[in-house]
Design a protein around this ligand. Structure first.
Ligand SMILES: Cc1ncc(COP(=O)(O)O)c(C=O)c1O
Length: 437
């Protein structure tokens, strides 16, 4: 690529050759990135509060990850694990099986994307239980392939016009307490949304028809929705009573994002199958299905896999990521970052009416913007304007939420105090600006 190109030139060419469906939130084109900083082709510096959507927990181009990638690329980049295997994938599987919640023997399958991991988790669950049904949740997000798009809740832009959808997917309300779909108030509700599962078996599909319930421990794309502590234990107990498996989609919440390696550690529930991706390999395409050995073992030889699954360069990058977590005490850093963000966001909520709710787990934090606190009318345009305002001042920010009105924070866990303070002050200036309007 010609290095003298400006953002505008690249954008113009992009408009001709890349379909608008594959959109970008920002129209800056990246030249390089390091830690929590991103530089565009025009040399402008940005503080990154998006981390490539929760992928860069160890920071951009961490020297250790870069060294592992270079070293592996010089040795070999692909043989296909299904043809000639290599140790890095086995070593990584061993480490992940130990890290993923669950006090039982586990096995790990490696594929390439989050959606592919979810697809395979469902395959394993159906195979092992010999049941077809899968229950997913309102506001849930699991990917863009046919099955994962079907599991995903939000219609536009993810599903609209792309049907017919995969069969045997059912949907339940989630514990979105700020906007309870049952119109109840926590804790007086007695987590009625979890109890709903029993009604579901009467009205939609018998429990014996359901292979698994798939959920995000904290819903990501749906708006950083954190269910109350009792929610998953109750769902798990109903599932256990009915032989239904629990699939925790930790693709966004995993790898330290919530202050523990995996979010389910904080709910005291051991999922039967966990999906991992995003920050697993610091941007190299790699995802994993980590599940109970007795389930993973069941599938017939050759029933799972793919050409690129367990790519050696990606596996080496992931091994480097795990080392970085240990060497740099990233989980402690994550917890401290979470506490700082929680304090800051709570203070902002006191100050700015536009912030209707602040929530999160560890450093996976967000604020939901509303036009006024009583009606809770979503302030989606304001969220969009805030993202634009911040970008112009050198801060990359992301929105989310089914209503498009949630600002989420996904900065690399290695962000320095100075970078964090600077980013937050730009963000506060923006919030102050939209609140004053
Ligand atoms: C919880 C969750 N599951 C699945 C996916 C899909 O992952 P991918 O985009 O790698 O297919 C995502 C992506 O945002 C996610 O957040």
């Amino acid at each position: 690529m010609n290095n003298s190109l400006k953002n505008r030139d690249i954008d113009e060419l992009r408009g001709k050759v890349i379909p608008p469906a594959h959109t970008s939130l920002h129209s800056l084109y990246v030249e390089s990135a390091r830690g929590a900083l991103v530089y565009d082709v025009e040399g402008k510096e940005y503080i990154d509060f998006a981390g490539g959507i929760a992928v860069m927990n160890v920071g951009h181009s961490h020297p250790k990850v870069v060294a592992a990638i270079k070293d592996q690329a010089e040795k070999f980049t692909h043989t296909c694990f299904m043809v000639v295997p290599y140790a890095a994938a086995v070593e990584l599987a061993d480490k992940l099986c130990a890290l993923v919640p669950g006090s039982f023997p586990k096995m790990a399958l490696f594929v390439n994307s989050g959606a592919e991991a979810v697809e395979n988790a469902v395959k394993v669950a159906r195979y092992a239980t010999r049941r077809p049904g899968i229950v997913a949740f309102e506001n849930g997000y699991h990917g863009r392939t046919l099955l994962t798009m079907t599991l995903t809740s939000k219609v536009k832009p993810y599903k609209f016009g792309f049907g017919p959808f995969a069969p045997e997917i059912y949907r339940m309300p989630f514990a979105y307490c700020y906007r309870c779909s049952l119109g109840l108030d926590y804790p007086r509700c007695g987590i009625a949304c979890a109890e709903r599962l029993n009604d579901f078996f009467l009205n939609y599909a018998d429990a014996e028809h359901i292979a698994a319930v798939i959920f995000e421990p904290v819903q990501g794309e749906g708006g950083f929705i954190v269910p109350p502590r009792e929610y998953f234990p109750r769902v798990a107990s109903i599932c256990r009573d009915n032989g239904i498996l629990l699939i925790a989609d930790e693709i966004q919440t995993g790898m330290g994002r919530t202050g523990t390696m995996f979010a389910m550690e904080q709910y005291g529930v051991e999922p039967d199958i966990t999906t991992v991706a995003k920050s697993l390999a610091a941007g190299m395409p790699l995802s994993a299905v980590v599940g109970r050995k007795d389930l993973m073992d069941k599938v017939h030889t050759g029933g799972l896999g793919g050409t690129y699954g367990a790519n050696p360069v990606s596996c080496r990058a992931a091994l480097a990521v795990l080392e970085i977590f240990e060497e740099e005490n990233l989980l402690d850093k994550a917890k401290a970052l979470g506490e700082k963000l929680e304090k800051k966001l709570r203070a902002w909520k006191e100050r700015y009416e536009i912030i209707g709710d602040v929530r999160g787990l560890g450093p996976m934090r967000a604020m939901e913007l509303v036009k006024d606190r009583r009606s809770k009318a979503p302030a989606a345009d304001e969220a969009k304007n805030l993202v634009k305002f911040c970008a112009a001042r050198g801060l990359i920010l992301l929105s989310c939420g089914t209503l498009g009105n949630v600002i989420r924070l996904l900065m690399p866990l290695v962000i320095t105090d100075a970078q964090l303070e600077k980013g937050l002050s730009i963000l506060e200036e923006g919030i102050g600006g939209i609140s004053a309007r």
